[in-house]
Design a protein around this ligand. Structure first.
Ligand code: UDX
Length: 415
């Protein structure tokens, strides 16, 4: 198998076995593939096809796994898909299948087939449902495989056969349905999270406990226990992008998707709600000034188990706090001091949580890193002037904090 990318430096690193991201089990898989000579990395998609051809080919399946970032107005930007189709259309071997793995608007399979202009090449949509941090596990243990094609059901079956030994339910469908399944699934997850965050807010007003409420909801098999943890809002490189993209898809189809709009709005409001919670905890007033208050943020990545800060709710909350005049320190197990992705005049990142907490008015837990549970909270308590911890993930043991003399403000429950 040959993997191609436009970034020469990345290819060089990959060929040296450096995968450059935190992804459990991936470095081992790549090392194994490189050592066995089953895997290599080259610059350029056309070059990859040529090299495979020279090795004796034939190339049967070409996966497009390019980024489709949020473009102007929330529309998915397809320029990387178009560029790679342009680059390969004249060098694709006769009768091969082009598989789109990227999350793309409905209609992209047809658009790709048109751009290719090759009747002999089948175009198939095969969305991925991998979570960052557990992508290898998710790939090997999929809940389902989705394969869609308009022009070539035979090509779709060839692609489905590649996954046969994983034993997952397979949905063979048309291209539009396959493309929509990906958006519909991600947006449903986002909706579930916005719903839980709204129920958590209601719990606070009604003196109910969100942990018990979600446990009671989750035993209903139609709902399930997963994706029911309240937090500072949902983020990452997929859910924000895909919710906006589906809104655009709906708009273009002349459908006003109010439920999805409310899902996004609820999330944006959640960031402000967390800031209001911190404000009340630190100043004792709903409108108290945060200017010159010192706040330590524990967790900067968009979730635990990754080093990714793209569209991180932690950074959205940080931006609002800074806007209100607060001074921020931070710690994250995956973000070293000096990490170029964080503006250090914005958040002063430290190498350990104790250094981040020196002299602060409050500590705020923003990412659910399990190691925050085992922080020495007695030692932290000696530094935190305000003696307040705002736990936006309901991660910490409140009794441990209480014994350390700290007040813990959670989410969706009385403190
Ligand atoms: C998501 C989808 O889960 C995956 O199927 C798709 O292929 C890519 O997008 P990922 O971006 O890795 O995966 O993040 P995910 O694990 O879904 O979490 C998204 C956000 O929701 C994070 O900010 C996370 O902290 C938050 N979250 C998740 C909660 O707040 N509570 C939960 O119970 C679960």
């Amino acid at each position: 198998m040959i993997c191609a990318d436009v970034d020469g430096a990345k290819i060089e690193r990959l060929n040296a076995g450096d995968i450059g991201i935190r992804e459990d089990g991936l470095a081992e898989l790549v090392a194994e593939g490189l050592a066995a000579g089953r895997l290599s990395f080259v610059v350029g998609a056309a070059a990859a096809l040529k090299e495979l051809d020279a090795e004796g080919g034939p190339v049967e399946v070409v996966f497009l796994c390019v980024p489709t970032p949020m473009g102007v107005g929330g529309v998915a930007d397809l320029s990387a898909v178009e560029a790679v189709v342009e680059e390969t259309r004249d060098v694709l071997p006769l009768g091969c299948v082009v598989v789109n793995k990227s999350t793309v608007p409905v209609g992209t399979a047809d658009h790709t087939a048109e751009l290719l202009g090759r009747d002999d090449v089948g175009v198939v949509s095969n969305p991925e449902f991998l979570r960052e941090g557990s992508a290898v596990h998710d790939f090997l243990h999929p809940d389902r495989i989705v394969v869609g094609s308009n022009s070539s059901p035979e090509a779709a079956e060839r692609v489905a056969a590649l996954y046969a030994r994983l034993g997952a339910p397979t949905v063979l469908t048309d291209a539009a349905s396959a493309e929509l399944i990906k958006y519909a699934a991600n947006c449903f997850l986002a909706m579930k999270l916005s719903y839980v965050n709204a129920i958590a807010e209601l719990c606070e007003r009604l003196d109910a406990d969100i942990a018990d409420v979600t446990e009671g909801m989750g035993y209903d098999k139609r709902i399930g226990q997963s994706f029911l943890s309240p937090g500072p809002g949902w983020g990452g490189s997929c859910l924000p992008k895909d919710t906006h993209a589906l809104l655009q898809v709906a708009d273009a189809a002349d459908f006003e998707f109010r439920l999805l709009r409310a899902t996004i709005d609820t999330n944006t409001r959640q960031f402000q709600r967390i800031v209001d919670k911190i404000r009340l905890a630190v100043t004792g007033k709903r409108t108290g000034p945060l200017s010159r208050k010192r706040i330590a943020l524990l967790g900067l990545t968009f979730k635990a188990g990754t080093d990714d800060v793209r569209d991180s709710p932690a950074l959205a909350v940080a931006a609002l706090l800074r806007g209100a005049g607060a001074r921020l320190t931070g710690f994250d197990p995956q973000i070293p001091p000096g990490d170029p992705r964080i503006d250090h005049s914005f958040i002063d990142v430290h190498a350990d949580p104790y250094a981040a907490a020196v002299g602060v008015d409050a500590v705020v837990i923003l990412t659910e890193w399990p190691e925050f549970r085992t922080v020495d909270w007695q030692r932290m308590a000696a530094s935190v002037g305000g003696r307040i911890v705002v736990d936006t993930r309901n991660l910490l043991d409140r009794d441990v904090l209480r014994r350390a003399g700290l007040t813990c403000v959670g989410i969706g429950r009385s403190s």
